[in-house]
Design a protein around this ligand. Sequence first.
Ligand SMILES: Nc1ncnc2c1ncn2[C@@H]1O[C@H](COP(=O)(O)OP(=O)(O)O)[C@@H](O)[C@H]1O
Ligand SMILES: [Mg+2]
Length: 239
Amino acid sequence: MARALIALEGIEAGYGGAQVLFGIDLEVRAGEVVTLMGRNGMGKTTIIRTLFGLLAPSRGRRMVAEREMTQAPPHKIAACGLGYVPEGRQIFPRLDVEENLLATARQRGAGTGRPAWSLDRVYTLFPRLKERRANMGTQLSGGEQQMLAIGRALMTNPDLLVLDEATEGLAPVMRGEIWSAIGVLRSDGLAILVVDKNLEALMRIADRHVVVEGGRVVWTGTNGELAADRTRATRHLEI
Ligand SMILES: Nc1ncnc2c1ncn2[C@@H]1O[C@H](COP(=O)(O)OP(=O)(O)O)[C@@H](O)[C@H]1O
Ligand SMILES: [Mg+2]
């Protein structure tokens, strides 16, 4: 089996006194595409924030690159090969596209087995960003901002790309472009953890799915298992 890039084990976390996660187990292995699904407010973003060390778990263990990193600060965790595309994109508004891409860029030692990311490679993936490279963050459409957020995360040369709401709020054409870029990254062998509401799109790219409700994993299985068990797996997704 491929090595585990991340593993959350029995994670409990919340905000102040309000517990949100009640024992989350989540693993992503090298080269895998895993989805995190669930209705709004079920804890997906909280899981991702806990994964990146932005939220401290009150219980459980966080492993990154097969090392125990439960107490590690965010920058140490990210340096272990996690690229973050946060909900709401959070691009730097006062920097232009190129400066955004370079701001958090990171070289990582050989061994990922994949070619290193560069501005040119990001521009090949998203030609639109090249056209817009001198534009400020604030001058971009939502879809362009999402491309930029993905490009910025790729410039850290991650082993695992984590996308929280990959296509939320984007026009259909932009959604299509984001999904096809994710498909290209997948064929390159990049591991991806993705949150989105579009089940059909997710089923086209994912190896495995994790469904959460009320801060607990309520269904998990392979893409084939989801197709075979669709009613049971997706009853936690309908509004
Ligand atoms: N900063 C915060 N402070 C307090 N409660 C929060 C905060 N962020 C999220 N929550 C609560 O945590 C729960 C899970 O939210 P979240 O992880 O954002 O869900 P999802 O990403 O699945 O929509 C919700 O009940 C939400 O109201
Ligand atoms: Mg969320």
